[in-house]
Design a protein around this ligand. Structure first.
Ligand code: SAM
Length: 250
């Protein structure tokens, strides 16, 4: 059917793609991708031929000029499949503006869900998964990163960050500064790939463990939710004052 199909693609192992995603890639009128070579390679692995179908590059730098082309295809009643470089489009990847434009025009938008590093990392983390906050990439400058982390201090759930392997040490150091040494955390690297590795420990233990270690590949950093107390000090003060004013405490 005509519409935009967001296709989740593997975050490592090429066979992590759904049968429906492959069906859509085989039948869509137009293929769009953040990196057309990556999508071609994936289609080759799964024996899906292009058969002369147009392939359109759509990424952060050409979105404004590529969107009208894709909208025109939809206006012509065509189906468009969009895949980002890896994992789920729109999750720290392009696709949001495209989805917005397509829904604003009233065309169908549907998803072929599948891999995403957020969920893979949560699955193996051993941390609470009942509630989590996906924070994407933290700012790279120390000051901005620390205020960003402070703004997340009250989130009642596991925090999930994407991070460059080069910056993991600095990120962990800032996490210790903002949240203290004792929070449980996880560094999940190269998920679903040959060198998959999951390190778990308190923030302080992870800082020690990774001291002098060069990390390579792709990394997700997770931080356990802080102890949620029912009252912070300020609230307790107010309650005490109210109780004293009411004469129930001396
Ligand atoms: N759209 C993707 C998704 O759904 O996960 C994320 C794209 S984002 C540009 C790339 C980041 O995702 C990496 O820097 C890393 O933090 C994380 N990531 C992607 N694949 C990963 C993997 N196999 N193992 C660990 N982290 C991964």
């Amino acid at each position: 059917a005509s519409g935009l199909y967001f296709i989740a693609t593997p975050i490592g192992t090429a066979r992590d793609i759904t049968l429906r995603a492959l069906d859509i890639l085989a039948s869509a009128d137009v293929l769009a991708a953040e990196d057309t070579r990556t999508l071609r390679r994936l289609m080759d692995i799964h024996g899906i031929a292009l058969d002369g179908r147009p392939m359109v590059a759509y990424h952060d730098h050409n979105g404004a000029s590529a969107r009208p082309k894709l909208l025109r295809a939809l206006a012509d009643g065509k189906s468009v499949a969009y895949a980002s470089e890896a994992g789920t489009p729109l999750v720290a990847d392009p696709g949001y503006q495209l989805g917005r434009a397509v829904t604003a025009e009233g065309y169908l938008v549907t998803a072929a869900p599948g891999p995403s590093a957020v969920l893979a990392a949560l699955s193996v983390s051993g941390l609470a998964t009942d509630a989590f906050f996906f924070a994407g990439f933290a700012p790279t400058s120390k000051g901005q990163r620390q205020s960003f982390l402070k703004s997340l201090a009250e989130v009642p759930g596991t925090l999930v960050f994407y991070e460059s392997p080069k910056r993991v040490h600095k990120m962990l150091a800032d996490l210790v500064e903002v949240y203290g040494e004792m929070r449980d955390a996880v560094v999940a690297r190269e998920l679903t790939k040959k060198f998959e590795e999951v390190r778990r420990g308190t923030l302080a233990a992870l800082v020690d463990e990774l001291d002098g270690v060069t990390l390579k590949g792709e990394v997700v950093v997770l931080v356990a939710r802080g102890e949620v107390s029912s009252f912070d000090e300020k609230d307790t003060d107010i309650l005490l004052k109210e109780a004293m004013a009411a004469g129930s405490l001396k």
